[in-house]
Design a protein around this ligand. Structure first.
Ligand SMILES: Nc1ncnc2c1ncn2[C@@H]1O[C@H](COP(=O)(O)OP(=O)(O)O)[C@@H](O)[C@H]1O
Ligand SMILES: [Mg+2]
Length: 300
């Protein structure tokens, strides 16, 4: 068993003239959590559908668990768990009925495990699926992906619709499963989430993989927006010329800026005054991509 769980070589998909993904070269290592990050329309779902042989590539190829994605699609699907981006479930069943049905298709499953997952995700298995909220449907989708303890999980935007507490529980599940050797390929358009759960991140934009990086290295390069609220007005000069600080605006008791890389120097400068609050609003992916385009490797 080699160390590669997913491999794509020049994988390309055009929908007619619409670009899905182009010349994707990608390797996911066994046992890692690979975050596949990109804004809407970037090509995440297309990539996942290609890997699972749900759509055919225009050119290029992929391997999943050492098997050819097209030739061995059936064998691959038996060994992986998959959460589709647009989840379609049998509406008239209850969650429990659907999971039992899917478990039987998989040759039976450990029902105690299903119930423990449902409990952790606070998922009511007795409710009809059509009566469930988006988030609660998503939980059923997650449980069905985990049901047979697959060695690889391919999850397309798994936390969309989940409230923060359940997102947190999901992250814990991922961590526990990776300790048992499970590999994850998780797509997301949410950078903080990807930072939190992934070992490595691939950034996809307009159908092209623009970067693959360790999370630690991404964090060092990523832009952060910071807002610091002080007890009394602070002088702008106290914050001029700090490494990595851009777009500095000081307005009386409020400082706003963008920081590339470490926030250490800025925080130390701020600590000379009385700080009431520090807020870090989310930076859009677009801003991060701009940094990747214009500042690849820029020292923080
Ligand atoms: N079935 C389809 N037919 C035509 N175009 C599609 C289809 N699926 C996706 N696309 C297009 O391919 C591009 C990538 O889409 P997608 O893979 O769904 O992105 P993401 O999952 O990152 O939001 C988009 O421009 C989208 O409009
Ligand atoms: Mg998608």
């Amino acid at each position: 068993m080699d160390g590669v769980a997913v491999k794509a070589e020049k994988l390309t998909k055009f929908y007619g003239r619409t670009r899905g993904v182009v010349d994707l070269d990608l390797e996911v290592r066994r046992g890692e959590v690979f975050g596949y990050l990109g804004p809407n329309g970037a090509g995440k779902t297309t990539t996942i559908r290609l890997l699972l042989d749900l759509i055919r590539p225009t050119r290029g190829r992929a391997e999943v668990l050492g098997l050819d994605s097209r030739r061995d699609g059936v064998a691959i699907r038996g060994r992986i768990g998959y959460l589709p981006g647009e989840l379609a479930l049998y509406d008239r069943m209850t969650g429990g009925e659907l999971l039992r049905y899917l478990a039987n298709l998989r040759g039976g499953a450990d029902w105690g495990y299903v119930e423990s997952l449902a409990e952790r995700l606070q998922c009511d298995l007795s409710a009809r699926i059509k009566s469930l909220s988006k988030g609660n449907k998503q939980k059923i989708g997650l449980i069905q992906a985990f049901i047979h303890h697959p060695e690889l999980l391919v999850l397309d935007e798994p936390t969309s619709g989940l409230d923060p507490l359940m997102q947190h529980e999901f992250h814990r599940l991922v961590r526990e499963m990776t300790e048992e050797g499970t590999t994850f390929f998780i797509s997301s358009h949410n950078l903080p989430e990807v930072e939190r759960i992934s070992d490595r991140v691939g950034i996809v934009r307009e159908g092209t993989l623009v970067a693959v990086d360790d999370v630690d290295s991404l964090k060092r390069k990523a832009l952060r927006r910071l807002e610091i609220h002080f007890a009394s007005p602070v002088p702008r000069e106290a914050f001029a010329g700090i490494a990595g600080v851009r777009d500095l605006a000081v307005d009386g008791v409020t400082l706003r800026c963008t920081v590339a890389g470490s926030v250490d120097a800025l925080i130390k400068a701020a600590a000379r005054f009385e700080v009431l609050n520090v807020v870090s609003p989310e930076v859009s992916l677009e801003e991060i991509f701009i940094d990747y385009y214009h500042g690849e490797g820029r020292a923080p």
